[in-house]
Design a protein around this ligand. Sequence first.
Ligand code: DAH
Length: 339
Amino acid sequence: MKEQLKTIQEKALAEIKNASDTKALDDLKVKLLGKKGELTAILKQMGGLSPEERPQIGQLANDVRQSIENGIANMREQLKAAQTEMKLKSERVDVTLPGKHFSQGRRHPLNTVMDELKDIFRGMGYSVVDGPEVEETKYVFDMLLTDEGHPARDPQDTFYIADKTLLRTQTSSIQIRTMLSQAPPIAIFSPGRVYRRDAVDATHSPIFHQCEGLVVDKGITFSDLKGTLELFAKRLYGNDVKVRFRPHHFPYTEPSAEMDFQCFTCGGKGCPLCKGEGWIEMLGSGVVRPEVLINCGIDPEVYSGFAFGLGLERIAMMRYQVDDLRLFYENDQRFLKQF
Ligand code: DAH
């Protein structure tokens, strides 16, 4: 029986050493020390031993059991340590590896210019306001004295959504909305998208941006308009910029004028950028017609105003010497990264 116990011990300890993980060790424990294990079977035969042998074998059996238990406990520690080691190895961060590249975005050139314009007008005391792009014809046309039959209303030039609803063709609708919702004195600046049915080419896009300005107060005249817009041009292009006003027609202003600035590339001599003119058109403007004020419930005997609308893309094209409008909308990284 002594021999048997020794064999059991040796076999058991060898098996324990070979256990590959803690699960295998658990199974082994049941097999070696459990009720159906070999050791238990031996102990069950103890009754047949002589009274002298019994304590000796009993002691030996206990020692064997103890050594198997110790073996299992030791092995468990070793396996756990090995597992932790492996986990640490697999999760190790190699700080010497090159970092991941995050490409950082930047402001779109149109937004940069728009922000600059907002700043200039805020600096002159204007508030910046926003308005809907899906608009009613009464705000875009009717109340701005642009009657049915006017070419600007032609469905071929305009995106109608319903009979009297369209994508606004100009930000001038914001003039009406502003005058209907607030009393003079008014000084607002409103940049936003506008839509026209134009085929895309280097200078046309069905979506582009305008910025509208409106001032209504007592005693406002055409000279306020000129002074304001000249100052604006200087803030944008520097004190040396030269501007000129040309008479023009807009249904909602009288007198109306377009403002050009002298081409800064050729200094007015004429070059490809200004198409040989020496001047570049910048905006439309005029003194608000009394009928428009009346439409909005403002008394033209007390108040007068001026308004203007400028194209944002044109200013951005000049600013960055970009000769094709499409570049602003294509989101080509090679283009956008230059700003
Ligand atoms: N809305 C005009 C356009 O789209 C620009 C314009 C002209 C706006 C005169 C005005 C203005 O406010 O008074 O061409």
